[in-house]
Design a protein around this ligand. Structure first.
Ligand code: WQD
Length: 339
């Protein structure tokens, strides 16, 4: 029985496949390599000395997905594939709605045809309505995405809820990621955004590597302890292990649940810069720039539910996140911002 991972060649997907292989699962990946490359899974197989079956197909092509389910006995699906840039989604919203929602509908249709009804879905903390309160966000916080990317995740969560209401034999876990960062400690796989990074940590590692001159800190006038934005950064290996805890749940129970995957701690931009400088020994020059459109002040997770119901909690702190991100950057100088 195999686990199908959609988007398994990506940053989070490759870390998830590594953990699944190490946990003894048979892994099948479908990925169209639109935002990833086959290198990552080659390295995962070298690190684990185990093999992954990879189909370079687009989830939008139902006939390709039918072939995958015909060729393998799939027990559960972990669905990561989708476009994921908050800023890009605001400029091409229809592309995001078409890609993220249609691919999920096709996947669920094919799963239903093969009577595969255990699903772990990659959702996001961006489904939550913004808050100015400096309090942890629980799964019962009101939903209210403020960008098309987050809204695709919110819509898909609603679709999955109605799918479950229509057929309670489904078992679905929807994982709301906070801010995934860092890399496997081998330095062989990690985040490799094409072009100039949008996200904070890969931008910092590019500055540390001399690929970019300085970090722009988007706003220091937020209502936070030092004026800069606060986020819940979670090590990508902890995130991957959270998926395995959710997989065990969907393989043993029916129902539908959402879980925050975060550390429960919020760190400001300046605190992340200081942590990175301390662990890397590299100075990170920065300027204070205007706030970025769509940014919220504070976002960090209440992680009680995942701990109580999945038996999972994040173990790695921001120093490990910064050290592992830096090791990946140094081991892969081609992670150039100017590709
Ligand atoms: C973090 C903080 C910025 C870059 C991400 C993903 C999104 C979702 C949630 C999964 C903010 C500041 C950033 C820079 C900066 N993940 N910043 N200078 O916006 O929280 O969203 O996590 O679904 O997909 O995009 O993450 O890393 O872009 O920003 O000052 O050059 O760093 O203002 O306070 P964000 P981020």
């Amino acid at each position: 029985m195999a686990i199908l991972v959609t988007g398994g060649a990506g940053y989070i997907g490759s870390h998830l496949c590594l953990e699944l292989l190490n946990a003894g699962y048979e892994v099948v990946v479908v990925d169209n390599n639109s935002t990833s490359s086959s290198d990552a899974l080659k390295r995962v197989q070298e690190i684990t000395r185990k093999s992954v079956t990879v189909y370079t197909v687009d989830l939008g092509k139902k006939e390709d997905l039918l072939d995958v389910f015909s060729n393998h006995t799939i027990s559960s699906v972990i669905h990561l594939a989708g476009y994921k840039s908050v800023s890009e989604s605001s400029s091409i919203p229809l592309t995001y709605y078409a890609n993220n929602i249609m691919s999920t509908l096709i996947l669920c249709e094919v799963m239903q045809m093969f009577n595969v009804k255990s699903l772990v879905f990659s959702s996001s903390a961006t489904v939550y309505a913004p808050t100015e309160k400096n309090e942890p966000i629980s799964e019962s916080h009101p939903l209210g995405a403020i960008n098309p990317y987050g809204h695709t995740k919110q819509v898909i969560e609603e679709i999955l809820r109605y799918l479950f209401y229509s057929d309670p034999s489904w078992s679905i876990c929807m994982l709301r990621y906070f801010n995934p960062v860092g890399a496997h400690d081998s330095g062989q796989i990690g985040e490799n955004p094409k072009g100039i990074p949008n996200n904070l940590v890969p931008y910092i590692t590019n500055v540390a590597a001399g690929l970019l001159p300085a970090l722009s800190i988007y706003g220091n006038d937020y209502p936070t302890r030092d004026g800069t934005g606060i986020r819940d950064y979670i090590h990508v290996v902890d995130l991957a292990q959270g998926h395995i805890s959710a997989l065990k749940k969907v393989e043993t129970t029916t129902g539908i649940n959402a879980y925050n995957l975060g550390t429960g701690k919020g760190y400001s931009v300046l605190e992340m810069v200081r942590s990175f400088q301390n662990v890397s020994g590299r100075e990170i020059p920065y300027i204070i720039a205007p706030r970025r459109k769509g940014d919220i002040a504070v976002s960090f997770a209440d992680v009680t539910k995942a701990k109580e119901e999945l038996g999972w909690e994040a173990k790695r702190g921001i120093d490990a996140m910064c050290m592992d991100a830096w090791r990946w950057q140094r081991a892969n100088p081609s992670n150039s911002a100017l590709v």
